[in-house]
Design a protein around this ligand. Structure first.
Ligand code: FAD
Length: 571
């Protein structure tokens, strides 16, 4: 039963409510608070304060009880999240554990989540690339999904806007399919990465190996110092939370900035159960929250509501927001809510050795992770038997050739060996998947979570297109590796379930036509003008670039639009 204390209604009334305090929600909060709007940030998890709540950030490897590994019992109790490469002893406290927040896998789906202030922005690998016109034009060109209601020119100024504040390192590479941004100096490639980059450039048309662009302060500007952040120290233990604010996270950047303004309030431990729609007023009036400690239901009110709970939770909230006007979920006149979910395909890898450059080794660490190969398939024209394309990571490294053989002193000698082996090179595929109606999430009509919210059901799968793309990636990268003189090339593909790439998108897609989409070109619900969705749920298609920078740019753009509409009295 909701709290109906009329006296406190005023206290629970805000100009803006932001649901979720992660990568995208932090931006909405910052934009509203900067402009003086009384803003409530609702977060289902606990508070994580920058620096103070990073318990492992200054620990040495030997200070971890299990030397970084999680005990077998923890791994066995968490088969889903344990598949994520970053789920280890140093960062496990920022991941959702399997049993705590169940969901239903009608088809296998590895849902990797971070429920706390900052969301997954504490855990991400910080790869940040703009999407290009090739991405926004994709659906119209190929005829899958619906046309994007915007093009690159609409979002480009907002990319610049968020890049300057967040701090993105990179080179201006001049590649049309990967537009340049407002970059801080790039982290350089090492000698073998550089060698491969030159080799590819001189042997292939329209293929490049560039320094990966990432959300790290290689050289901070004044705006970053104003946020209390300093230069990235290249510790590369970012998933523990960075006390220097060396990389972009909501915790180090947007959330403290919003709170410092004095216009924003943060309420952790608050699961948003649904958005309240008033049939008479014809708009949303607020949200219903379940306090996770007391299990009490409390309603909060606002003129405008931004839904930023991360793609699938945003779908859950919208689907669960039922009213007389919207019996199938808020804004769901078209019936497409929850459908056309898409994701990325990271399921192929290639490793090899390089016998050259023996006079070189690596020194220091690169937080950008090395090189990035922008998409080169089907960019200017359809040239393969699969739709769309893939980008790839590329990195090279060299380690001492240690052996674990022997016992006693012979084992010690083997482990102490400082002799460097050959360079090892590696790549992983980052493919686009096609949004399809048959890939959808829905609510279970019986099972509920600990707060009485229906469980989400996953019906998401790979298809033929993904298999063909994977095969092409292996063939093309094998050829590029071979021609570069790499040896001992080994490709591997895994049978992972969707989800593990942690780039789930769609369900509340944007589009021009309310009959086939939930949101208009401003991320605004077609039929509920004061509700906006600006996280991955709003993505019409997925591109193959990492998505978070695009969520940030969409959020800042939509917040600006929402404020101008409020001023005009349209909201
Ligand atoms: C290991 C890892 C590596 C990654 N690497 C990259 C990368 O290199 N590049 C990239 O672009 N992306 C990367 N990602 C993905 C990136 O983290 C997400 O795209 C991004 O965080 C999504 O932003 P968001 O605001 O939608 O969600 P989040 O950042 O997850 O924030 C959502 C917030 O909403 C809260 N919430 C959910 N439901 C409710 C509710 N009902 N009520 C109230 N609050 C709620 C959650 O607790 C959370 O705090 C990575 C993620 C992980 C985990």
């Amino acid at each position: 039963m909701a709290n109906l204390n009329i006296d406190s209604v005023k206290e629970r009334t805000f100009d803006a409510i932001v649901i979720g305090s992660g990568m995208s929600g932090g931006w909405a909060a910052k934009e509203f608070a900067d402009k003086g709007l009384k803003t409530l940030i609702l977060e289902r998890g606990r508070d994580v304060k920058h620096i103070k709540d990073y318990p492992t950030t200054n620990m040495y490897p030997w200070e971890f009880e299990h030397r970084g590994e999680l005990p077998m019992a923890v791994q066995e109790a968490n088969p889903i999240v344990n598949r994520c490469y970053a789920f280890g002893e140093s960062a496990a406290h920022f991941f959702v554990k399997d049993a705590e927040h169940p969901y239903i896998q009608d088809k296998p789906f590895d849902w990797i989540r971070g429920y706390q202030v900052g969301g997954k922005s504490l855990l991400w690998a910080r790869q940040t690339q703009r999407w290009s016109d090739f991405d926004f034009e994709g659906p119209a060109r190929d005829g899958f999904a619906v046309d994007w209601p915007i093009r690159y020119k609409d979002i480009a100024p907002w990319y610049s806007y968020v890049e300057k504040f967040a701090g993105i390192s990179g080179n201006r590479d001049g590649i049309p399919e990967l537009p340049d941004g407002e970059f801080l100096p790039a982290f350089p490639l090492n000698t073998v990465e550089e060698y491969f980059s030159k080799h590819v450039k001189s042997n292939y048309k329209n293929r490049y190996v560039i320094s990966a662009r990432c959300a790290h302060l290689s050289t901070p500007n004044q705006i970053h110092l104003d946020q209390g952040r300093v230069q990235c120290q290249r510790r590369t233990i970012c998933e523990r939370g960075c006390p220097f604010g060396g990389y972009f996270s909501a915790n180090a950047t947007t959330i403290p900035w919003a709170l410092k303004s004095g216009h924003a309030a943060l309420r952790p431990f608050s699961v948003v159960e649904s958005i309240i729609y008033d049939d008479k007023l014809g708009k949303a009036t607020g949200v219903r929250v379940i306090d996770t400690n007391t299990k009490e239901a409390i309603d909060y009110y606002a003129k405008v509501i931004f839904v930023n709970a991360a793609a699938l939770n945003t779908n859950l909230i919208l689907l669960n927001s039922k009213s007389h006007r919207f019996p199938n979920g808020l804004g769901n006149d078209s019936g497409v809510l929850g459908k056309y979910v898409a994701f990325h395909n990271y399921s192929a890898h290639i490793g090899a050795e390089y016998d050259g450059a023996k006079e070189w080794t690596t020194d220091g660490r690169n937080p950008a992770g090395g090189g990035y190969i922008p998409r080169f398939r089907n960019v200017y024209k359809q040239e393969t038997d699969f739709l769309r394309g893939y980008a790839s990571g590329f990195s090279a490294y060299r380690f001492p050739q240690r052996s674990w053989d022997g016992v006693g002193s012979s084992l010690k000698d083997n482990l102490a060996n400082k002799e460097l082996g050959p360079w090892r090179v590696g790549s992983h595929m980052m493919g686009e998947t096609i949004p399809k109606e048959s890939n959808f999430v829905s609510l279970d009509d019986k099972q509920k979570d600990a707060w009485g919210v229906p469980l989400l059901k996953m019906n998401i799968d790979y298809d033929d297109n993904d298999e063909k793309m994977k095969k092409d990636y292996v063939e093309q990268l094998t050829e590029m590796f071979t021609s570069a003189g790499f040896t001992n090339i080994k490709a591997s593909t895994d049978k992972r379930a969707p989800g593990l790439d942690i780039h789930e998108m769609g369900g509340a897609r944007m589009g021009n036509d309310p009959k086939t989409s939930i949101l208009n070109k401003w991320n605004q619900v077609h039929s509920v003008k004061n509700v906006f969705v600006t996280d991955g749920a709003s993505m019409t298609s997925t591109s193959c670039q990492n998505p978070s920078l695009t969520y940030m740019a969409f959020t800042a753009r939509a917040a600006d639009y929402a404020m101008s509409e409020m001023k005009k009295g349209n909201i």
